[in-house]
Design a protein around this ligand. Structure first.
Ligand SMILES: [Zn+2]
Length: 185
């Protein structure tokens, strides 16, 4: 993934998430100090290349850390009995009753304590009713406690609400906004 700058200067990255510059002429002088000399245009090109590599390596390092965190979270079994409503109150018998908006009176989520054990997927709040699955194509944004429940336990729900259709549908009709990834997987 090295970027050659005019001449033989090379910018790249190592496995430790650090930026590396290689140049065959970078040998110590009589005082033990190595030098590389740039023209102004070479210096600007180098600055751009360094910034690009710094951005890339930070993205990769973050992505790797996310994967490790999600793996660690997946090793902790989910306790699906730790259920409350979205506001943290106890689950009521009538929470599934529908309001005029088409939404339920209340929605069950995993408790804050259970969600804090770690997420096995990124926390995403907005999904799309996929046209390819017969949906309307609109997006719906949900409360954070619901989004965190999906992230902790993707299989917790079987269906969800579309704010445009004002109705609930099976999860295979929804994808996370900006992705082709089905909600609940
Ligand atoms: Zn819809």
């Amino acid at each position: 993934m090295g970027d050659k700058i005019k001449g033989t200067l090379e910018v790249g990255a190592n496995e430790n998430g650090e930026i590396v510059i290689n140049h065959p002429d970078l040998k110590p002088d009589a005082n033990g100090v190595g030098h590389i000399v740039f023209s102004p245009s070479q210096a600007r090109h180098l600055a751009q290349s360094l910034t690009k590599h710094a951005d890339e390596i930070e993205r990769e390092t973050r992505a790797k850390a996310d994967i490790e965190r999600m793996k660690a979270a997946a090793a902790i079994p989910v306790d699906r009995s730790a259920r409350v409503l979205t506001d943290g109150s106890p689950v009521t018998d009538d929470h599934r009753e529908l309001l005029p908006s088409g939404q339920q009176k209340g929605y069950v989520v995993l408790s804050a304590e259970e969600r804090a054990k770690g997420f096995v997927r990124p926390v995403r709040r907005t999904y799309r009713h996929a046209v390819s699955a017969g949906g309307c194509g609109s997006t719906t944004t949900m409360a954070l406690s619901l989004a965190e429940t999906y992230a902790r336990d993707p299989g917790f729900y079987s269906g969800t609400f579309c704010a445009t259709c004002r109705s609930h549908f099976p999860l295979d009709q929804f994808v996370w906004d900006g992705t082709t990834e089905q909600v609940g997987q």
